[in-house]
Design a protein around this ligand. Structure first.
Ligand code: ADP
Ligand code: MG
Length: 689
């Protein structure tokens, strides 16, 4: 047996089990080495009840005093136990009749579980239990027991055994590793030692030692994964650059004419990012650039600058927005800024008539429509472009591989791949960007226009609404306006709209002298447009709204935003919402109403928003509290998830992987290949995009 042997060489693995394991990237014996335990059980000792520590797992040896079934919200079996040092309640939620009969008074019971407190004494909820035979002695293990993520029904004990066999193979085989001095310098263990230590902890090791982010063993394996990820991204990037694109000639005169229409000058940050984009556009390789810029940093102009150059070179450009409202906003901006330069802009809304749509599609197909603005609908089958040269994607979440392929197809008739500009308003912490966007070139608009006012943010318990209402009355009396954002109900548009209607009715009642407006996602688009126009004209004083106003609404006279049930929102979203105020010359406020009691995490999150107005800072905290998947919106899909690395905890290693990856690919290509196979399973997965 070797690390390369097929899985079916292992005892207990037939074709069916092998297939399950394949789904977790395990194809060969050696792959078990990289499926790591995520925790450890300490069965090396018996802990007296008196020495239990709240929240910690422990093994106790007790005597049963009584057992009874308790009926409540959930039926449970309550077993009262004791040892010489104290009392313990064991509660089981799933149990059979046969099991019930096992727990007789005076039986000795070995219990492994997490110690919690229950009605003034120690308790364990659904621990592992074993009733001992009369003279059975307890077998203590001398090491920690690794616990593996149970893989599609394949249990931890089996995996542990196979990992043991893989470790035995490893002892006889070679793995590419870094030179010793490099490992020492960075406090990393050799890979072989690291794997052995993590799968089979030495006597005396504790879980907290092994899972400590500074543990050289753990660090080495985490680096391995991060490097694999990094190399995969770099390969993808190289691949994407192998196709050809239209090399544009930049028309500076036209760009100046665009800027002359503005009542302000570009910030240095905007200028820099535009010139980075222009440099890309002059290449005969497609641009793949991500522009990050906080709310209000002025990304639209940056995008339109690129769009204008595509048009000047006889190409079409699409601008894709995440929502209808935002795409409409872009369209209006385009009419203002581009149409004046004789650029023909169309808006492919989801709500136009079939006849109008046919007309627009014809204009897109014959090339008379030069700039096409819309949502994902821009990629529908019946949309055929004449000469697509640039795609701008304005959204918060990652533009998936799938959409990228669609984009390529859309330009097939021209034989060239379009340039691509992705814009995100969600500031992406550096480590996250390095890990998930390494296949894109990145530009950051790192400064806001100079006229922006800081926003004062306060947390307010929901039971103090009355004071808030008074405050609103006074504010509106001075001519200013207010947003009131309704609680987020993610599951249902309808419920969300109903909640908004309720809140609207209540506020209209408590503020009878004000004109209270209502905006939600289920209104018709012309109705919505009218409401926004009324708010813009100060005909509406207080606008009750769902998160539809998150993007696209620009009313500088609105200086107060109230967000109800703020604890339900993500940090990035709160930050986006708050960005609707603070746009004029008056001081602005954001009130985060919350429902008591507030959990520890919720409080912590809201404090982040209160204390910072820097999108990058907020995103970094969000990463710490919620993890990468939430920020990128990939949690559900599991797309590109990391198996063991944690971008927050391991940020140093992310940096290291980022700098090492390129070097490794050029100097040690075999090691790079090995890494990809190891962590990705199939090298092809990275090569086909
Ligand atoms: P975002 O980056 O959030 O998409 P926008 O492009 O919508 O930001 O710009 C926000 C507001 O700032 C708009 O009203 C825009 O006209 C204005 N703006 C953009 N650039 C500047 C600038 N350099 N100076 C002043 N205002 C600017
Ligand atoms: Mg924008």
């Amino acid at each position: 047996m070797t690390l390369h042997s097929p899985l079916t060489d292992l005892p207990g693995i037939g074709p069916a089990v092998a297939e399950k394991l394949n789904k977790r990237h395990i194809y060969r014996v050696g792959d078990f080495l990289f499926l790591l335990p995520y925790k450890y059980q300490d069965r090396t000792a018996i802990t007296p009840i008196a020495d239990l520590i709240y929240g910690e797992f422990a093994q106790v040896l007790v005597t049963v005093q009584s057992a009874r079934v308790q009926y409540g919200r959930q039926r449970s079996l309550v077993i009262e136990c004791r040892d010489n040092s104290g009392l313990l309640t064991v509660r089981l939620f799933h149990f059979s009749k046969a099991q019930m009969r096992l727990f007789q008074p005076d039986k000795r019971l070995l219990v492994y579980g997490q110690a919690v407190e229950g009605q003034g004494r120690w308790a364990m909820l659904h621990p592992e239990t074993k009733v001992l035979k009369t003279d059975e002695t307890v077998q203590l293990s001398d090491k920690l027991t690794p616990v593996y993520p149970s893989t599609l029904g394949v249990g931890s004990v089996k995996i542990s055994r196979w990992a043991g066999i893989a470790l035995a193979c490893l002892a006889k085989e070679d793995l590419h590793d870094f030179p010793d001095d490099f490992l020492q310098q960075h406090r990393l263990s050799p890979l072989k030692d690291a794997l052995k230590a993590i799968h089979q902890p030495q006597v005396g090791q504790r879980e907290s030692d092994i899972l400590n982010p500074e543990n050289p063993h753990l660090k080495r394996v985490v680096l391995d994964e991060l490097l694999a990820k990094q190399i995969g991204m770099l390969r993808k990037k190289a691949q994407a650059k192998q196709v050809s694109a239209f090399a544009l000639r930049i028309d500076d005169g036209l760009q100046s004419r665009l800027l002359q229409q503005l009542p302000f000058t570009l910030t240095r940050a905007q200028q820099r990012v535009i010139s980075e984009i222009f440099t890309d556009l002059t290449q005969s390789r497609p641009m793949h650039r991500l522009v990050q810029g906080d709310v209000g940093s002025g990304k639209t102009l940056v995008a339109f600058s690129a769009v204008l150059q595509a048009v000047a070179n006889g190409l079409q450009a699409v601008v894709m927005a995440p929502t209808e409202i935002l795409s409409e906003q872009h369209h209006q901006q385009a009419l203002k800024l581009l149409a004046t330069l004789s650029v023909k802009t169309v808006w492919l809304s989801g709500k136009i008539t079939a006849k109008k749509r046919r007309e627009l599609l014809a204009q897109i197909a014959d090339g008379s429509a030069q700039v096409i603005i819309g949502t994902h609908a821009l990629f529908q089958d019946d949309v055929v472009y004449r000469r697509l040269g640039l795609a701008v994607i304005d959204e918060q979440h990652r533009f998936g591989v799938h959409q990228r392929l669609l984009l390529k197809e859309k330009a097939e008739n021209s034989g060239q791949t379009p340039h691509m500009l992705v814009m995100t308003a969600t500031p992406i912490p550096r480590t996250l960007a390095m890990s998930y966007y390494a296949d894109l070139d990145t530009s950051v608009i790192d400064a806001l226009p100079p006229d922006r006012q800081p926003i004062v943010t306060v947390l307010l318990a929901d039971n103090r609404r009355a004071e808030l209402i008074k405050r609103i009355k006074a504010l509106v009396a001075t001519g200013q306006q207010v947003y009131w954002v309704c609680p987020l109900i993610e599951e249902s548009d309808l419920l969300q709209a109903q909640a908004a209607e309720d809140i609207h009715a209540r506020l209209a009642e408590s503020l009878p002298t004000l004109n209270v407006g209502l905006l939600h996602g289920r209104q018709k688009s012309d109705e919505k447009a009218q409401i926004i126009a009324d708010f813009q004209a100060n005909k509406i004083h207080l606008l009750v709204s769902t998160t539809v106003i998150e993007v696209g609404v620009d009313v500088p006279n609105a200086t107060l935003m109230v967000i109800e049930n703020a604890e339900r929102f993500g940090l990035a979203q709160l930050h986006q919402l708050r960005g609707r105020v603070g746009r004029g010359s008056e001081k602005s406020f954001c009130v985060l109403l919350f429902q008591q009691p507030l959990s520890q995490t919720a409080r912590q999150r809201l404090q982040v928003i209160r204390n910072s107005q820097d999108g990058f800072e907020i995103a970094k905290e969000d990463l710490k509290i919620r993890g990468a998947g939430e920020i990128l919106g990939t949690k559900q899909t599991g797309e590109m998830s990391l198996r063991i690395a944690d971008l927050h905890r391991d940020s140093d290693l992310v940096e290291m992987a980022f700098t090492l990856a390129q070097q490794l690919m050029t100097q040690y290509p075999e090691m790079a290949d090995e890494l990809i196979v190891r962590w990705v399973g199939h090298a092809e997965e990275y090569l086909d995009v």
